[in-house]
Design a protein around this ligand. Sequence first.
Ligand SMILES: NC(=O)C1=CN([C@@H]2O[C@H](COP(=O)(O)OP(=O)(O)OC[C@H]3O[C@@H](n4cnc5c(N)ncnc54)[C@H](O)[C@@H]3O)[C@@H](O)[C@H]2O)C=CC1
Ligand SMILES: O=C(CO)COP(=O)(O)O
Length: 319
Amino acid sequence: MSVAVLGGGAFGTALAVSLAQNGPVTLWARDAAVIDEIATHRTSPRLPGCALPDAITPTTDLAHAAGADVLLLSVPMQALADLLEIIPVRLAGKALVACSKGIELRTLCGPAAVIARHAPDAIPAILTGPSFAADIGRGLPTALTLACADADTARSLQTRLSTPNLRLYRTADTVGAELGGALKNVVAIACGTAIGLGLGDSARAALMTRGFSEMQRLAAHLGADPDTLTGLSGMGDLALTCHSELSRNFRHGAALGAGKPVDARATVEGVATARALDALARRDGLDLPICTAVNAIAGGDTAPEDAMRALLTRPLKEE
Ligand SMILES: NC(=O)C1=CN([C@@H]2O[C@H](COP(=O)(O)OP(=O)(O)OC[C@H]3O[C@@H](n4cnc5c(N)ncnc54)[C@H](O)[C@@H]3O)[C@@H](O)[C@H]2O)C=CC1
Ligand SMILES: O=C(CO)COP(=O)(O)O
Protein backbone atom coordinates (compact mmCIF):
# COMPACT_ATOMS: atom_id res chain seq x y z
CA MET A 1 0.00 0.00 0.00
CA SER A 2 1.90 3.09 -1.23
CA VAL A 3 1.48 6.38 0.64
CA ALA A 4 1.77 10.01 -0.40
CA VAL A 5 1.33 13.16 1.65
CA LEU A 6 -0.19 16.06 -0.29
CA GLY A 7 0.71 19.35 1.38
CA GLY A 8 4.22 20.34 2.41
CA GLY A 9 3.35 22.46 5.44
CA ALA A 10 4.40 21.72 9.01
CA PHE A 11 1.97 18.86 9.59
CA GLY A 12 2.33 17.14 6.21
CA THR A 13 6.11 17.23 6.52
CA ALA A 14 6.03 15.85 10.08
CA LEU A 15 3.71 13.03 9.04
CA ALA A 16 6.01 12.17 6.15
CA VAL A 17 8.99 12.05 8.53
CA SER A 18 7.17 9.66 10.84
CA LEU A 19 5.78 7.48 8.04
CA ALA A 20 9.22 7.19 6.48
CA GLN A 21 10.01 4.79 9.34
CA ASN A 22 7.62 2.30 7.67
CA GLY A 23 8.90 2.66 4.10
CA PRO A 24 8.92 5.01 1.12
CA VAL A 25 6.68 8.11 1.25
CA THR A 26 6.08 10.69 -1.44
CA LEU A 27 5.72 14.28 -0.20
CA TRP A 28 4.04 16.69 -2.60
CA ALA A 29 4.09 20.46 -2.13
CA ARG A 30 3.07 23.16 -4.57
CA ASP A 31 5.98 25.34 -3.53
CA ALA A 32 9.01 24.43 -5.64
CA ALA A 33 11.43 26.17 -3.24
CA VAL A 34 10.29 23.89 -0.40
CA ILE A 35 10.69 20.78 -2.54
CA ASP A 36 14.14 21.94 -3.75
CA GLU A 37 15.30 22.47 -0.17
CA ILE A 38 14.13 19.00 0.85
CA ALA A 39 15.78 17.40 -2.19
CA THR A 40 19.05 19.27 -1.71
CA HIS A 41 19.48 19.62 2.05
CA ARG A 42 16.93 17.11 3.50
CA THR A 43 15.44 19.98 5.55
CA SER A 44 12.25 21.98 5.17
CA PRO A 45 11.61 25.63 6.03
CA ARG A 46 8.19 24.46 7.24
CA LEU A 47 9.62 22.17 9.92
CA PRO A 48 12.85 23.77 11.17
CA GLY A 49 15.41 21.62 12.93
CA CYS A 50 14.11 18.34 11.56
CA ALA A 51 16.09 16.08 9.20
CA LEU A 52 14.01 14.52 6.46
CA PRO A 53 14.97 10.89 5.83
CA ASP A 54 15.90 9.59 2.37
CA ALA A 55 12.76 7.45 2.35
CA ILE A 56 10.85 10.67 1.62
CA THR A 57 10.64 11.50 -2.08
CA PRO A 58 9.82 15.21 -2.46
CA THR A 59 7.97 16.26 -5.60
CA THR A 60 5.97 19.07 -7.21
CA ASP A 61 4.45 16.52 -9.64
CA LEU A 62 0.92 16.08 -8.32
CA ALA A 63 -0.05 13.39 -10.84
CA HIS A 64 2.92 11.28 -9.74
CA ALA A 65 2.24 11.75 -6.02
CA ALA A 66 -1.49 11.13 -6.36
CA GLY A 67 -0.79 7.78 -7.98
CA ALA A 68 -0.23 6.32 -4.48
CA ASP A 69 -2.88 4.06 -2.93
CA VAL A 70 -3.30 6.23 0.17
CA LEU A 71 -3.28 10.04 0.02
CA LEU A 72 -2.90 12.09 3.20
CA LEU A 73 -4.44 15.50 2.49
CA SER A 74 -2.56 17.95 4.69
CA VAL A 75 -3.57 21.46 3.70
CA PRO A 76 -5.60 24.06 5.62
CA MET A 77 -9.32 23.25 5.76
CA GLN A 78 -10.39 26.12 3.52
CA ALA A 79 -7.96 24.84 0.83
CA LEU A 80 -9.02 21.19 0.92
CA ALA A 81 -11.59 21.49 -1.88
CA ASP A 82 -9.12 23.43 -4.05
CA LEU A 83 -6.56 20.68 -3.63
CA LEU A 84 -9.05 17.93 -4.45
CA GLU A 85 -10.09 19.84 -7.56
CA ILE A 86 -6.59 19.94 -9.04
CA ILE A 87 -5.64 16.31 -8.47
CA PRO A 88 -5.27 15.05 -12.03
CA VAL A 89 -5.78 11.31 -11.46
CA ARG A 90 -8.81 9.10 -10.82
CA LEU A 91 -9.48 8.90 -7.09
CA ALA A 92 -12.03 6.06 -7.18
CA GLY A 93 -11.18 3.36 -4.64
CA LYS A 94 -8.32 5.31 -3.03
CA ALA A 95 -8.23 6.05 0.68
CA LEU A 96 -8.22 9.84 1.08
CA VAL A 97 -7.16 10.72 4.60
CA ALA A 98 -7.96 14.30 5.58
CA CYS A 99 -5.50 15.76 8.09
CA SER A 100 -7.15 19.20 8.04
CA LYS A 101 -9.05 20.45 11.08
CA GLY A 102 -12.03 22.69 10.53
CA ILE A 103 -15.35 23.38 8.88
CA GLU A 104 -15.56 24.61 5.31
CA LEU A 105 -16.97 28.15 5.29
CA ARG A 106 -18.69 27.89 1.91
CA THR A 107 -20.67 24.71 2.68
CA LEU A 108 -20.50 24.40 6.50
CA CYS A 109 -19.19 20.83 5.96
CA GLY A 110 -16.29 18.96 7.52
CA PRO A 111 -13.47 17.27 5.60
CA ALA A 112 -15.20 13.89 5.10
CA ALA A 113 -18.14 15.53 3.30
CA VAL A 114 -15.78 17.69 1.24
CA ILE A 115 -13.96 14.56 0.10
CA ALA A 116 -17.24 12.77 -0.63
CA ARG A 117 -18.41 15.73 -2.72
CA HIS A 118 -15.25 15.88 -4.83
CA ALA A 119 -14.41 12.19 -5.00
CA PRO A 120 -17.63 10.21 -4.44
CA ASP A 121 -15.98 6.86 -5.25
CA ALA A 122 -13.00 7.34 -2.93
CA ILE A 123 -12.93 6.19 0.70
CA PRO A 124 -12.80 9.19 3.06
CA ALA A 125 -10.90 8.96 6.33
CA ILE A 126 -9.82 11.43 9.00
CA LEU A 127 -6.52 11.58 10.86
CA THR A 128 -6.86 13.84 13.87
CA GLY A 129 -6.02 14.21 17.54
CA PRO A 130 -3.51 15.86 19.84
CA SER A 131 -0.22 16.33 18.01
CA PHE A 132 2.10 19.18 17.27
CA ALA A 133 4.02 18.83 14.03
CA ALA A 134 7.22 19.73 15.87
CA ASP A 135 6.70 16.82 18.31
CA ILE A 136 5.98 14.28 15.57
CA GLY A 137 8.94 15.55 13.54
CA ARG A 138 11.25 15.01 16.53
CA GLY A 139 9.99 11.47 16.97
CA LEU A 140 8.21 12.17 20.26
CA PRO A 141 5.35 9.79 21.11
CA THR A 142 1.92 10.78 19.83
CA ALA A 143 -1.48 9.07 19.80
CA LEU A 144 -4.06 9.99 17.16
CA THR A 145 -7.51 8.95 15.97
CA LEU A 146 -7.96 7.34 12.55
CA ALA A 147 -11.63 7.57 11.57
CA CYS A 148 -13.05 5.70 8.60
CA ALA A 149 -16.57 4.35 8.10
CA ASP A 150 -15.30 1.41 6.03
CA ALA A 151 -14.13 -1.17 8.58
CA ASP A 152 -11.59 -2.97 6.36
CA THR A 153 -10.01 0.27 5.17
CA ALA A 154 -9.94 1.57 8.75
CA ARG A 155 -7.97 -1.48 9.88
CA SER A 156 -5.49 -1.38 7.01
CA LEU A 157 -4.94 2.37 7.40
CA GLN A 158 -4.45 1.98 11.13
CA THR A 159 -1.74 -0.60 10.52
CA ARG A 160 -0.10 1.19 7.60
CA LEU A 161 -0.02 4.64 9.20
CA SER A 162 0.98 3.69 12.76
CA THR A 163 4.69 4.11 13.35
CA PRO A 164 6.98 3.59 16.34
CA ASN A 165 6.14 7.12 17.57
CA LEU A 166 2.63 7.51 16.10
CA ARG A 167 0.02 5.26 17.67
CA LEU A 168 -3.34 5.29 15.91
CA TYR A 169 -6.68 4.39 17.50
CA ARG A 170 -9.57 3.49 15.20
CA THR A 171 -13.18 4.67 15.03
CA ALA A 172 -15.95 4.51 12.43
CA ASP A 173 -17.33 7.88 13.54
CA THR A 174 -15.80 10.29 11.02
CA VAL A 175 -18.18 13.14 11.85
CA GLY A 176 -17.49 12.94 15.59
CA ALA A 177 -13.73 12.78 14.98
CA GLU A 178 -13.66 15.77 12.66
CA LEU A 179 -15.88 17.88 14.94
CA GLY A 180 -13.45 17.43 17.81
CA GLY A 181 -10.55 18.74 15.73
CA ALA A 182 -12.60 21.62 14.36
CA LEU A 183 -14.11 22.88 17.60
CA LYS A 184 -11.09 22.49 19.84
CA ASN A 185 -9.35 25.18 17.77
CA VAL A 186 -12.20 27.59 18.43
CA VAL A 187 -12.17 26.81 22.16
CA ALA A 188 -8.38 27.25 22.16
CA ILE A 189 -8.82 30.77 20.79
CA ALA A 190 -11.31 31.43 23.60
CA CYS A 191 -8.86 30.09 26.20
CA GLY A 192 -5.99 32.09 24.73
CA THR A 193 -8.15 35.20 24.87
CA ALA A 194 -8.96 34.57 28.54
CA ILE A 195 -5.29 34.09 29.38
CA GLY A 196 -4.33 37.16 27.33
CA LEU A 197 -6.89 39.20 29.24
CA GLY A 198 -5.39 37.98 32.53
CA LEU A 199 -8.55 36.10 33.58
CA GLY A 200 -6.56 33.13 34.89
CA ASP A 201 -6.50 29.35 34.77
CA SER A 202 -9.90 28.88 36.40
CA ALA A 203 -11.52 30.82 33.55
CA ARG A 204 -9.58 28.65 31.09
CA ALA A 205 -10.91 25.48 32.73
CA ALA A 206 -14.45 26.85 32.60
CA LEU A 207 -14.13 27.67 28.89
CA MET A 208 -12.65 24.25 28.12
CA THR A 209 -15.44 22.44 29.94
CA ARG A 210 -18.29 24.50 28.55
CA GLY A 211 -16.60 24.38 25.13
CA PHE A 212 -16.54 20.61 25.40
CA SER A 213 -20.26 20.72 26.08
CA GLU A 214 -20.72 22.67 22.81
CA MET A 215 -18.67 20.01 21.01
CA GLN A 216 -20.92 17.23 22.33
CA ARG A 217 -24.10 19.19 21.59
CA LEU A 218 -23.08 19.75 17.97
CA ALA A 219 -21.96 16.13 17.58
CA ALA A 220 -25.37 14.90 18.76
CA HIS A 221 -27.11 17.36 16.44
CA LEU A 222 -25.11 16.19 13.42
CA GLY A 223 -25.68 12.50 14.11
CA ALA A 224 -22.22 11.72 15.52
CA ASP A 225 -21.63 9.77 18.72
CA PRO A 226 -21.04 12.30 21.54
CA ASP A 227 -18.77 9.68 23.16
CA THR A 228 -16.29 10.08 20.29
CA LEU A 229 -15.62 13.53 21.72
CA THR A 230 -14.28 11.99 24.93
CA GLY A 231 -11.40 10.46 22.95
CA LEU A 232 -8.19 11.73 21.43
CA SER A 233 -9.94 13.65 18.66
CA GLY A 234 -12.03 15.63 21.17
CA MET A 235 -10.96 15.85 24.79
CA GLY A 236 -7.37 14.90 23.95
CA ASP A 237 -6.88 17.64 21.40
CA LEU A 238 -8.83 20.15 23.48
CA ALA A 239 -6.49 19.57 26.43
CA LEU A 240 -3.37 19.95 24.30
CA THR A 241 -4.40 22.98 22.33
CA CYS A 242 -5.94 24.97 25.16
CA HIS A 243 -2.85 24.53 27.33
CA SER A 244 0.07 25.04 25.01
CA GLU A 245 1.90 28.08 23.74
CA LEU A 246 2.88 25.87 20.78
CA SER A 247 -0.71 26.13 19.53
CA ARG A 248 -1.25 28.77 16.88
CA ASN A 249 -4.92 28.98 17.84
CA PHE A 250 -4.11 29.53 21.51
CA ARG A 251 -1.46 32.12 20.63
CA HIS A 252 -3.89 33.91 18.33
CA GLY A 253 -6.43 34.20 21.14
CA ALA A 254 -3.75 35.27 23.62
CA ALA A 255 -2.66 38.08 21.28
CA LEU A 256 -6.26 39.25 20.85
CA GLY A 257 -6.83 39.17 24.58
CA ALA A 258 -3.63 41.10 25.30
CA GLY A 259 -4.30 43.66 22.57
CA LYS A 260 -1.17 42.61 20.68
CA PRO A 261 -0.81 42.05 16.92
CA VAL A 262 -1.65 38.56 15.65
CA ASP A 263 0.64 36.58 13.32
CA ALA A 264 -1.16 37.10 10.02
CA ARG A 265 0.92 34.42 8.23
CA ALA A 266 0.08 31.57 10.61
CA THR A 267 -2.50 28.92 9.78
CA VAL A 268 -5.10 29.59 12.49
CA GLU A 269 -7.94 27.24 11.61
CA GLY A 270 -10.22 28.32 14.45
CA VAL A 271 -10.94 31.75 12.93
CA ALA A 272 -12.73 30.52 9.78
CA THR A 273 -14.20 27.60 11.70
CA ALA A 274 -15.74 29.94 14.31
CA ARG A 275 -17.34 31.84 11.46
CA ALA A 276 -18.68 28.61 9.96
CA LEU A 277 -19.98 27.44 13.35
CA ASP A 278 -21.68 30.76 13.98
CA ALA A 279 -23.47 30.39 10.63
CA LEU A 280 -24.34 26.76 11.40
CA ALA A 281 -25.72 27.71 14.83
CA ARG A 282 -27.95 30.35 13.24
CA ARG A 283 -29.06 28.01 10.46
CA ASP A 284 -30.00 25.16 12.80
CA GLY A 285 -31.03 27.16 15.88
CA LEU A 286 -28.20 25.79 18.04
CA ASP A 287 -26.82 27.29 21.24
CA LEU A 288 -23.02 27.53 20.76
CA PRO A 289 -22.18 30.63 22.82
CA ILE A 290 -18.41 30.16 23.03
CA CYS A 291 -18.10 29.57 19.29
CA THR A 292 -20.25 32.62 18.64
CA ALA A 293 -18.18 34.73 21.04
CA VAL A 294 -14.93 33.64 19.38
CA ASN A 295 -16.34 34.56 15.99
CA ALA A 296 -17.23 38.01 17.29
CA ILE A 297 -13.80 38.50 18.88
CA ALA A 298 -11.79 37.16 15.95
CA GLY A 299 -13.84 39.15 13.46
CA GLY A 300 -13.26 42.34 15.42
CA ASP A 301 -16.98 42.81 16.07
CA THR A 302 -16.75 42.64 19.87
CA ALA A 303 -13.94 43.60 22.25
CA PRO A 304 -12.49 40.49 23.97
CA GLU A 305 -13.41 41.75 27.46
CA ASP A 306 -17.00 42.47 26.38
CA ALA A 307 -17.36 39.01 24.82
CA MET A 308 -16.06 37.32 27.98
CA ARG A 309 -18.36 39.42 30.17
CA ALA A 310 -21.32 38.48 27.96
CA LEU A 311 -20.49 34.77 28.42
CA LEU A 312 -20.39 35.20 32.20
CA THR A 313 -23.70 37.04 32.37
CA ARG A 314 -25.81 34.57 30.40
CA PRO A 315 -28.88 33.31 32.26
CA LEU A 316 -28.03 30.74 34.94
CA LYS A 317 -28.85 27.14 33.98
CA GLU A 318 -28.39 23.48 34.95
CA GLU A 319 -25.02 22.03 34.02
N1 LIG B 1 0.92 22.03 12.57
C1 LIG B 1 0.39 21.16 13.44
O1 LIG B 1 0.94 20.94 14.54
C2 LIG B 1 -0.86 20.43 13.09
C3 LIG B 1 -1.67 20.81 12.02
N2 LIG B 1 -2.81 20.14 11.77
C4 LIG B 1 -3.70 20.55 10.69
O2 LIG B 1 -3.05 20.37 9.45
C5 LIG B 1 -3.55 21.30 8.50
C6 LIG B 1 -2.37 21.97 7.83
O3 LIG B 1 -1.70 22.70 8.84
P1 LIG B 1 -0.13 22.99 8.81
O4 LIG B 1 0.59 22.01 7.98
O5 LIG B 1 0.31 23.16 10.19
O6 LIG B 1 -0.14 24.42 8.09
P2 LIG B 1 1.08 25.19 7.43
O7 LIG B 1 0.70 26.61 7.42
O8 LIG B 1 2.36 24.80 8.06
O9 LIG B 1 1.09 24.63 5.95
C7 LIG B 1 0.00 24.67 5.10
C8 LIG B 1 0.48 24.19 3.74
O10 LIG B 1 -0.62 24.06 2.85
C9 LIG B 1 -0.22 24.57 1.61
N3 LIG B 1 -1.41 24.98 0.88
C10 LIG B 1 -2.30 25.95 1.20
N4 LIG B 1 -3.27 26.00 0.28
C11 LIG B 1 -2.99 25.03 -0.61
C12 LIG B 1 -3.61 24.60 -1.82
N5 LIG B 1 -4.74 25.17 -2.27
N6 LIG B 1 -3.04 23.60 -2.52
C13 LIG B 1 -1.92 23.03 -2.06
N7 LIG B 1 -1.27 23.39 -0.96
C14 LIG B 1 -1.80 24.39 -0.25
C15 LIG B 1 0.70 25.74 1.94
O11 LIG B 1 1.53 26.05 0.83
C16 LIG B 1 1.48 25.18 3.09
O12 LIG B 1 2.58 24.43 2.66
C17 LIG B 1 -4.45 22.27 9.29
O13 LIG B 1 -5.80 21.95 9.06
C18 LIG B 1 -4.05 22.02 10.73
O14 LIG B 1 -5.12 22.27 11.63
C19 LIG B 1 -3.20 19.05 12.50
C20 LIG B 1 -2.43 18.63 13.55
C21 LIG B 1 -1.21 19.30 13.93
O1 LIG C 1 -3.94 20.71 15.88
C1 LIG C 1 -2.99 20.94 16.57
C2 LIG C 1 -2.65 20.16 17.76
O2 LIG C 1 -3.34 18.95 17.80
C3 LIG C 1 -2.13 22.11 16.27
O3 LIG C 1 -2.68 23.20 16.90
P1 LIG C 1 -2.60 24.64 16.23
O4 LIG C 1 -3.17 24.50 14.84
O5 LIG C 1 -3.40 25.51 17.14
O6 LIG C 1 -1.15 25.02 16.21
